[in-house]
Design a protein around this ligand. Structure first.
Ligand code: MN
Length: 149
């Protein structure tokens, strides 16, 4: 289903990445993977609809309110990818090293086609965040300001 694009891009005989046989339950996990590919970036993934909704964030997930980071939505990944770390060989899609930078759970507060609001409870990241669709595959990822009063 929505993993077709994930499967299409990869040769699983050559890549250590998970094949995606398992489908997620109802839990709300997230992961941030530091991906040293041709260009270093961070992959932000939210468990949602049985898959990992995924964004590549070139400059990383902000930990200060007011900082907006470009987040480019990429293909859905299988839930097993939450635990993936390893080296994707040269020549393969995403070739390079993947490390788990942070992981945890999130609480979804708002979901529309163009806006997600959620609270991250990770080891490094915590607090309210938003993903705002700005066009095409482009989104902005930001940490929300704490409401006063
Ligand atoms: Mn990546």
């Amino acid at each position: 289903m929505s993993l077709k694009e994930y499967w299409r891009k990869r040769e699983f005989k050559k890549s250590p990445e998970p094949g995606g046989e398992e489908w997620g339950g109802e839990s709300n996990r997230f992961v941030v993977q530091r991906h040293q590919a041709r260009h270093l970036h961070y992959d932000f993934r939210l468990e949602m609809d049985g898959v990992l909704k995924s964004w590549a964030v070139p400059k990383g997930v902000p930990d200060e309110p007011g900082v907006r980071r470009l987040a480019v939505q990429v293909e859905d990944h299988p839930v097993e990818y939450l635990n993936f770390a390893g080296t994707i060989p040269e020549g393969g899609y995403g070739a390079g090293t993947v490390e788990i930078w942070d992981k945890g759970n999130y609480e979804l507060e708002q979901r529309t086609p163009d806006r997600l609001e959620f609270i991250l409870n990770g080891e490094k990241l915590s607090g309210g965040y938003a993903l705002i669709h700005t066009g095409g595959n482009n989104w902005l990822l930001l940490k929300r300001k704490i409401k006063s009063g």
